[in-house]
Design a protein around this ligand. Structure first.
Ligand code: SF4
Ligand code: SF4
Length: 132
């Protein structure tokens, strides 16, 4: 059995209140940020037509913009390629949508949008979330 973690969408992130992507099929390409090359400069955020790039705070809660990075919401990305062209550090890659989630797991190392399944179980327990 593979020991790779399964990541699932975080239903408690405020991004889940933003408009969802139209259409049943995902686009042909999806953008994935390789966070080891991301400087958190935010250039990509401004050019995203569907607001699907989210900031991930750095490790110090008193100074969250220090060592911040970004992640791309695969549920909302429409594959326009603006971000991969705009990134000054060339750290965003367009993947075929069927490969994007695997690439995301390798390259998007810090995420608020997707969580390992066990973390979501823990969050629900901690905040006493009751299923609808
Ligand atoms: S490819 Fe386009 S829609 Fe997707 S994250 Fe980049 S700018 Fe946004
Ligand atoms: S433009 Fe590139 S380096 Fe800047 S925040 Fe976006 S992904 Fe990171």
């Amino acid at each position: 059995m593979s020991d790779e973690k399964v990541f699932i969408s975080n239903p408690y992130h405020s991004a889940r209140l933003k408009p969802v992507r139209k259409g049943k099929k995902p686009p042909k390409l999806l953008a994935v940020v390789n966070q080891s090359g991301c400087t958190g400069c935010e250039v990509c955020i401004a050019g995203c037509p569907v607001d699907s790039i989210e900031l991930v705070a750095g490790p110090d809660p008193k100074n969250p913009s220090f060592q911040q990075t970004v992640e791309i919401d695969l549920e909302r990305c429409i594959g326009c390629q603006n971000c991969s062209q705009d990134c000054p550090w060339e750290t965003i890659t367009m993947y075929n949508s069927e490969d994007a989630f695997v690439a995301w797991g390798r390259e998007t190392l810090f995420s608020n949008l997707y969580l390992p399944e066990e973390d979501l179980v823990e969050i629900k327990k901690r905040y006493e979330v009751k299923e609808a």
